[in-house]
Design a binder for this molecule. Structure first.
Ligand code: PEP
Ligand code: MG
Length: 762
């Protein structure tokens, strides 16, 4: 192949003619009839072989995830087409598909890993160059060129072959080869029901239609004749993108705030990155349409991204990916925030918390291919009470926008294009859930008092403004945990004092006099702020996080406290600090708060009518602090999610261990009883605000061992209240004692049996 760009463009033009069917001897036009697709693919390999002066050119495509099939060849035995197969990872072709990297050798048979396919007659060919056929990071197949003699393929030739592979992937996606056998990687695949077993990130169920966050772009003409005009289109789209990004940055008040100079403007940096622009221009110069050029560069970036272990860097690369999507939308002239149907279910590979917030109120569920229970998007989805399933592998490849989809967030199952029977069963479940909701509504005004007369205060956890209507709707007695960091996580930039104060003020407005506990910034570990530079840590869950960041960065901490005091405008509120491990941390943090109250009062800001300052007990060490700590703290709130991870030494983010240990494990219950006793002795109010508080049976156990206040997701208040109203805590304790006496590790199975017998809905 001629190494210059002009030559590669000539080949691309010839490919376009094939695609349009101009050379199509079968005369079945551009649509690709029964054999049209195969003929078209045969023409492609012939064309490439001629251009590269090669004896062999072959296309292997994936029949399924693990198998590659020879789909067209010029030079190998024709009878091996659609019969020669190899596994991904096997032989040189399999290795290219596995690693998504080109492979070049002058002597294939002596290259480690070479595996000879006897049916093809390829043993006589020595030199070999193969490149992956891939689209948006997904390997669809391999394009190979072979020569008898030992010849050297230049870098330019390999690059040209990659461009051809790019075009082949676009042609496949556009259906140009449809009708040819063995095409696993084509649009024809996306029909019929598919079930995904993912992980639940927020329970609840929804039925709706797919809205692909990154709409699958089908480029019918991946080749551009007029390089100058493609460059112009790219330049215009780039300008529009930069405008978006500038607005994003300025809209958050970063531009003027001198003190935030050190803040990482990742988005802006990428949008103005010259390397990115250069790679895009180069791809256009080689003859690709602007959209395909963006996809090619994005594909390369995604592959790099998959190899990066550092979660912070991955997050940055995700930003770049997001920018590429925005750029594509500009090129296509479409906006992703298009009018969504009311029952849209957002389906994405992954999504940032800010992007998800953009969809608040417009979607009914979320399904992600990646993500984790604890990822930011999942945190936001829970805050928005959107049924969410993560780890639904490959769903973005199987789903089409507009497909019917049902999401069962309770069990992490997703049915795409479900059959009638599945749909009926699902609808029955939804109807039952609605009936239960009706019951919960009737309980809304009722206090949660057990049969033996113990009143339990049920409060709600919140973190975004969208939570606020739930304060009334759920019947919560207040907000037991307001995760302030969510406001920071869903933005691209550090929110300023005014923005923060406005949020806190609205929370107190919505609470209408009910108690609200704000938790100071709990960042670090899984909650990474994109704009706060931080070092990679070997064990982030045990690292620089929560109050440790607050105390080491007092400026950030004080700014938040000032915002709270300003937002409160004289109203009472409670404040607590996350992950206090020893008494002095509490004292230091409280000292900073008191200092700010005094300072602002001196400046004329009203003091809060009452300001209770408490600790979150999330590390076992705090349960053994000396007496004064319990007396000094105005209240103690047990953060069960973190406490359990530290108690059992089991990472809450690690799928392999996070469900391994149980709240009802008697060791843990003994520990919690100790905390109840210590607070009881000091007369310090105690609450529990981890996820377990929202599970009816767990809530009963917490109440039985002495917790009188539980804070949970708003949707959990109804079910927990119903369980408490129907239970006698004496009976719960008796069931626990029986299980303990019988030597059980956990009280759970004994309690389950008891609840079943008692007919208690848990
Ligand atoms: C907890 O750890 O239990 C808690 C309530 O805080 P978070 O889940 O936000 O860490
Ligand atoms: Mg916590």
């Amino acid at each position: 192949m001629p190494p210059d760009k002009g030559g590669s463009r000539a080949l691309l033009r010839a490919l376009r003619a094939v695609m349009a069917g101009a050379d199509d001897g079968a005369g079945d036009g551009a649509g690709g009839g029964a054999n049209g697709g195969q003929q078209r693919m045969d023409q492609v390999v012939r064309l490439v072989a001629n251009n590269m002066v090669a004896e062999v050119c072959s296309i292997y495509l994936k029949r399924d995830e693990r198998t590659l099939e020879l789909c067209a060849t010029e030079g190998l035995r024709p009878e091996s087409v659609h019969s020669a197969r190899l596994r991904v990872g096997q032989g040189l072709v399999g290795r290219i598909a596995e690693r998504a990297e080109p492979l070049v050798t002058e002597d294939a048979p002596s290259t480690p890993g070479f595996r000879y396919l006897p049916e093809t007659g390829e043993e006589i060919y020595h030199s070999f160059v193969g490149v992956p056929i891939q689209r948006l990071g997904e390997v669809m197949g391999v394009l190979v060129v072979q020569n008898r003699t030992r010849r050297h393929y230049t870098e330019d030739e390999v690059e040209a072959l990659e461009i051809v592979a790019m075009v082949i992937s676009e042609m496949t996606e556009a259906g140009a080869f449809l009708g040819s056998d063995g095409l696993a990687a084509g649009p024809g695949r996306r029909v019929g029901p598919v079930v995904f077993h993912g992980t639940s990130a927020c329970d609840g169920v929804a039925e709706g239609v797919v809205h692909l966050h990154e709409p699958r772009l089908v480029v019918f003409d991946p080749i551009a004749d007029d390089v100058a005009s493609e460059r112009r289109r790219l330049a215009e789209a780039m300008e529009a993108l930069k405008g978006d990004v500038d607005r994003l940055v300025e809209g958050n008040g970063l531009g003027s705030a001198g003190e935030h100079r050190e803040i990482f403007e990742a988005y802006r940096m990428f949008a103005y990155d010259k390397g990115w622009r250069r790679r895009l221009d180069e791809a256009i110069d080689s003859g690709l349409a602007a959209e395909v050029a963006v996809e090619k560069v994005q594909s390369d970036a995604r592959l790099r991204m998959e190899r990066v272990a550092d979660p912070y860097l991955r997050e940055r690369l995700h930003d770049l990916d997001d920018l590429a999507n925005r750029l594509l939308r500009h090129l296509l002239g479409s906006s992703n925030a298009a009018d969504l149907p009311r029952n849209a279910v957002l389906v994405a590979r992954n999504i940032g918390p800010g992007e998800l917030m953009d969809h608040a109120g417009k979607i009914s569920a979320v399904v992600l291919e990646e993500g984790a229970q604890t990822s930011h998007a999942a945190i936001v989805a829970r805050a928005l009470a959107l049924p969410t399933v993560v780890q639904a592998e490959r769903i973005t490849r199987d789903a089409n926008s507009g497909d019917r989809i049902v999401v069962d967030g309770d069990i992490g199952r997703v049915d795409l294009r479900p059959e009638g029977g599945i749909l009926d069963a699902f609808r029955e479940k939804v109807a039952l859930a609605e009936q239960a909701q009706e019951v919960y509504r009737t309980l809304r005004e009722k206090p949660a008092t057990t049969k033996d007369g113990v009143a339990i205060a049920l409060k709600m956890n919140a973190g975004v403004l969208a939570d606020l209507p739930s304060i009334d709707a759920s019947g919560a007695e207040g907000v037991g945990l307001f995760r302030t960091e969510l406001q920071f996580l869903i933005r691209r930039n550090l929110p300023g004092r005014e923005a923060q104060a406005a949020v806190y003020s609205r929370v107190l407005d919505a609470a209408g006099g009910r108690e609200v506990v704000f938790r100071t910034l709990d960042i670090g570990s899984d909650k990474v702020l994109p704009y706060l530079r931080r070092e990679a840590e070997p064990n982030p869950a045990l690292g620089w996080r929560a109050i440790r960041v607050g105390l080491d960065r007092p400026k950030l901490f004080r700014m938040q406290v000032q915002s709270l005091i300003r937002g409160a405008k004289g109203r009472a509120f409670d404040l607590m600090f996350p992950m206090i491990a020893e008494a002095d941390e509490f004292r230091e943090a409280r000292g900073l708060v008191e200092g700010e109250v005094a300072r602002l009062a001196a400046l004329g800001h009203p003091r809060p009518a009452e300001l209770k300052i408490g600790v979150m007990l999330e590390t076992p060490s705090l349960a053994y602090a000396s007496d004064p700590l319990f007396e000094e703290a105005d209240f103690v709130s047990v953060g069960g999610n973190d406490l359990m991870q530290f108690f059992f030494a089991a990472d809450r983010e690690n799928e392999r261990v996070r469900r391994r240990y149980d709240l009802m494990n008697f060791s843990f219950l003994r520990f919690l009883r100790h905390v109840v006793e210590r607070c009881g002795e000091a007369g310090t109010p105690l609450s529990f605000c981890g996820e377990a508080a929202g599970k009816p049976l767990d809530a009963l156990v917490l109440a039985a061992i002495g917790f009188r206040e539980l804070s949970m997701r708003p949707a959990a208040i109804g079910p927990v209240k119903r369980a408490l109203l129907g239970a006698d805590l004496g009976d719960v304790r008796a069931a626990m004692e029986r299980a303990d006496a019988a030597g059980a590790t956990s009280a759970r199975s004994g309690l389950n049996a008891w609840a079943k017998e008692a007919g208690l809905p848990v």
